[in-house]
Design a protein around this ligand. Structure first.
Ligand SMILES: *Cc1c(COP(=O)(O)O)cnc(C)c1O
Length: 361
């Protein structure tokens, strides 16, 4: 499969584009082009097309509107100091996209084809990639079921789309987020879709996010569906707990049980924290461990991680059972060290010893 180039002949004027890239926000502006590829059961994947960014037209009876058969990915292109542009671990996103597709009964896309569509879009729209530290081009591949008809069955047609948006800092890195530990709503249950990156997981999570806001919190923390005590994730990000301090600190993240989304940032931090000399482990961590740990001082820092925000400190936690604070409520030193190391690797200012950066241009 190839990507046929039919780029936008009337891109955003240069001055306007420069202004948008200089103050990108998040998801506010989209680049001049997008990529579309069609799949059908009868013919498999067709060549992708790179075409002008714009609305798509679908029959109202299209499957995705009714039964939510949809998956997505999120990754970033970073501009390095020499002006080159690299993607961060796109092969890992490709592999996860294929796993999500399998779970949602959508067609798996070959890894190379997926990565190639991203390379072509980034090459075409390279002047939309910001260059400041913490900024990037956020890339959103997704796939929808496009068979027309209201019968409930795996769609025999699917459309892959790829769009990109220049992105500034997602959260203010200097401020810790406050979290609401939801005991009423559950994000994912064993055998469900928690491991897949699908829109439906988010649709089901929004009411809890609303509840968190009502409680004066920025984000929701999810606990497990069965015992209702094990910490899973925060919103659309994975969590890390720092125990102890200095060179003897331990960096711990909830174990992947099948209901957590296996984040690529989470995976990268397991390696980065070990490279920095910390003991690293994946463990079951309960709400009681969290509360007791911060009250006794054993847990010194907590942070969340994901592609969009990279690393973000977690401060106060609130639940139906009380409220407690981590450290002094500000981002801790190990959180900031891990954040800066990972950002440095992504931006090409710190050596990439694991071959994570995938140069595009
Ligand atoms: C995407 C996502 C993450 C983070 O994954 P990254 O690959 O690090 O961006 C964590 N949790 C959920 C629910 C997600 O959808």
């Amino acid at each position: 499969m190839k990507v046929q180039l039919k780029p936008n002949q009337s891109p955003v004027p240069e001055a306007e584009r420069a202004a948008r890239v200089a103050a990108p926000g998040f998801g506010k502006y989209y680049t001049d082009n997008m990529v579309v590829a069609e799949w059908s059961e009868a013919e498999g994947w067709q060549d992708a097309e790179l075409i002008p960014y714009g609305p798509i037209s679908l029959d109202p009876a299209t499957a995705v509107f009714h039964y939510g058969q949809e998956i997505f990915e999120g990754l970033k292109a970073y501009r390095h100091p020499d002006g080159s542009i690299s993607l961060f671990r796109p092969d890992a996103n490709a592999a996860r996209f294929a796993r999500s597709a399998a779970r949602l009964a959508l067609p798996e896309m070959p890894i190379d084809f997926f990565v190639e569509t991203i390379e072509e879009l980034v090459k075409q729209d390279h002047n939309w990639v910001p260059s400041k530290l913490g900024e990037s081009l956020y890339i959103r591949p997704f796939m929808i079921a496009t068979e027309v008809g209201l019968g409930v069955r795996p769609s025999n047609k699917a459309t892959y789309l790829l769009i990109a948006t220049p992105a500034g800092a997602y959260f203010n890195a200097a401020v810790a987020v406050t979290v609401w530990i939801s005991t009423e709503y559950v994000r994912a249950a064993p055998g469900g879709t928690g491991e897949a990156k699908c829109g439906g997981n988010y649709a089901a999570s929004l009411v809890a996010q609303k509840q968190a806001a009502t409680q004066g919190c920025d984000q929701v923390v999810w606990i497990d569906a069965i015992e209702r005590k094990w910490i899973e994730e925060m919103g659309g990000m994975n969590l890390y707990f720092v125990k102890g301090s200095g060179a003897n600190a331990r960096v711990v993240t909830p174990k992947l049980t099948g209901t957590l989304l296996p984040g690529i940032t989470r995976d990268s931090i397991l390696t980065v924290a070990a490279d920095l000399g910390y003991a690293v482990s994946e463990e079951m961590i309960s709400v009681d461990d969290w509360r007791d740990g911060v009250l006794s001082g054993e847990i010194t820092e907590i942070f969340a991680c994901g592609t969009a925000a990279v690393v973000s400190a977690v401060g106060s936690a609130k639940s139906a059972h009380g409220e407690w604070k981590t450290g002094d409520g500000n981002p801790g030193p190990i959180t900031m060290q891990i954040r800066e190391t990972l950002l440095g690797i992504q931006h090409g200012t710190i050596a990439d010893t694991h071959g994570w950066n995938h140069k595009v241009l």
